[in-house]
Design a protein around this ligand. Structure first.
Ligand code: GTP
Ligand code: NA
Ligand code: MG
Length: 494
């Protein structure tokens, strides 16, 4: 490609996989903070973004043996964590649709291709996102006989330094899992170092050819390796441990290589804005802010923005642009750095009036003139209307904090055959209670309830609920809500 290295933006990388495979822990290990222990039930409920600057990546890569090292051209890596629980398919999809590249985390002690790993592979294929596999929890191999070579050591070296029977155990586990994955998903996978060696091989071979001249049959042994490189369909497998940090330098190196060698063309910085609202949050002293993933373009203080709102499109002006200190999670409260402008790719907190009802998960538009304002108002709302449309004439009332979690909750409730009559986003208000109470009038008191995920309930809404006989169930974990629903319906039928 023709653009200069300076014009390369950071790739956006999303981390996917089955529940509890160690996605958050891997990021924590790089970040050396610990978001994971603060999560409800240990489950990641929202998407968070972390920016890892180039110098952090370079320090990690320097831990690798010399032949594996690589220079870093993009300004850094922007990594989006996603939850692995089955009810968050939509958050996984949203993460995947935002990203250039992904990490699929697989637990090396798993006995089979797990359900959400399979689903993640499907999502990544559908959105055409290349990915690497982090083969995590290597420290549990060989009945914990794994010896840590050193904190944050190269996993290639660490593996080679294990006792022969531990190495054997490792390869056997992976072979078994690999067989399952290939059988179910038809993927070709290989340890990353073998693939890198293979890519070097054709060069060596052509050197040999020059010195030895043409030799028909002598090429056969190399043929398989040639196929690996030419097919380019092999997925790089990187053993990791989020506990010891082994393999962290290896995976960061692989992400850098793929970014600058295979995907460079896609990573040219462009001026046209592409941005998504991840979260809408009230911050003390700042009011209601929106956390945005900026994939392309530059946001400036003073820009006119258009965002979908729960009661219609919101047009506002950017009053401030904040980024977290490097290496801190966007959703963890910390000191922010203020900017006049923020260039993609970056996670950024946007300060603007009127964001109270902005819809998380929606696109953010920058309008340059009144005509564009009108166009984007229409586009913004079209996106949201699809998700908000319910519903049965008889059923429960559902509320959630973001567009993504509402979609996830709706999908989950559909699976569980829970009928839904109405939906809304944000804090539960009196009006929501009134709407839910209609089920009583229609002779379905068992449906006169609000299932509220990850939102607050206003005080007057609670009083109104008591007065009208509407149950409000709130839960920080989606699947607990259906437990509430079932218990309540059973109770009503008694
Ligand atoms: P969800 O977000 O809920 O899908 O889970 P996750 O994939 O983010 O997993 P998380 O980071 O929450 O880790 C799950 C559990 O596995 C925690 O108890 C971690 O301490 C543990 N764990 C993660 N990585 C490793 C690892 O490499 N080795 C070992 N031994 N334990 C790990
Ligand atoms: Na977890
Ligand atoms: Mg997690």
């Amino acid at each position: 490609p023709i653009f200069k290295d300076e014009d390369m933006r950071s790739p956006i990388i999303c981390i996917l996989g089955h529940v509890d495979t160690g996605k958050t822990k891997l990021l924590d290990k790089i970040r050396a903070t610990n978001v994971q222990t603060g999560e409800a039930g240990g489950i990641t409920q929202q998407i968070g973004a972390s920016f890892f600057p180039r110098d952090c990546i370079e320090k990690n890569i320097a831990r690798l043996p010399e032949d594996l090292r690589v220079g870093c051209k993009p300004p850094g890596l922007l990594i989006i964590d996603t939850p692995g629980h089955e009810s968050f398919t939509n958050l996984r999809s949203r993460g995947a649709s935002l990203c250039d590249l992904a990490i699929l985390v697989i637990d090396i002690t798993a006995k089979d291709l797990e359900q959400q790993a399979a689903e993640s592979i499907d999502i990544l294929r559908k959105s055409n996102v290349p990915f690497v596999i982090a083969l995590n929890k290597i420290d549990l191999i060989g009945n914990r006989e794994w010896r840590v070579l050193g904190p944050d050591a190269s996993s290639k070296l660490s593996l080679e330094s294990q006792a022969p029977h531990v190495q054997h155990h490792f390869h056997k586990n992976w072979q078994w899992l690999q067989g399952k994955i290939t059988e179910k998903k038809g993927l070709n996978m290989e340890y990353y170092w073998k693939l890198l060696e293979a890519k070097q091989a054709p060069v060596e071979k052509s050197k040999q050819k020059k010195s030895k001249g043409k030799k028909g049959k002598a090429e056969t042994p190399d043929q398989a390796i040639d196929d690996i490189t030419s097919a380019d369909s092999y997925i790089h497998v990187v053993p990791t441990s989020a506990i010891s940090g082994e393999g962290i330098p290896d995976i960061l190196m692989m992400l850098m290589r793929l970014s600058q060698e295979q995907m460079r063309g896609r990573l040219e910085y462009e001026d046209e804005i592409a941005a998504t609202v991840l979260e809408v949050k009230r911050i003390e002293g700042l009011g209601v802010t929106i956390d945005v993933v900026l994939t392309n373009g530059t946001l400036h203080e003073g820009d006119t923005i258009v965002v979908a709102g729960m009661n219609g499109p919101i047009v506002s002006t950017i009053r401030g642009l904040l980024t977290p200190q490097p290496l801190k999670e966007l959703r963890v409260k910390s000191d922010y750095v203020h900017h006049k402008a923020v260039k993609a790719a970056m996670g950024v907190k946007v300060l603007a009036e009127g964001m109270d009802h902005a819809v998380a998960g929606a696109s953010l538009y920058v309008a340059r003139n009144p005509a564009e304002v009108e166009t984007y108002k229409r586009e913004a709302m079209e996106e949201v209307d699809g998700a908000m449309q319910a519903k049965e004439s008889e059923g429960v009332y559902v509320m959630a904090s973001t567009l993504g979690s509402l979609e996830a909750l709706m999908a989950f409730l559909a699976d569980e055959k829970v009928p839904v009559m109405g939906t809304n986003l944000g804090t539960v208000h009196k009006i929501d209670v009134t709407k839910a109470s209609i089920m009583r009038e229609r002779g379905h008191p068992e449906y006169a309830m609000i299932l509220a995920f990850d939102v607050e309930v206003a005080a007057d809404a609670m009083l109104e609920a008591e007065r009208l006989g509407v149950k409000i169930f709130t839960a920080p974990i989606i699947y607990h809500l259906t437990e509430h629903f079932k218990a309540h319906v059973a109770e009503q039928h008694e």
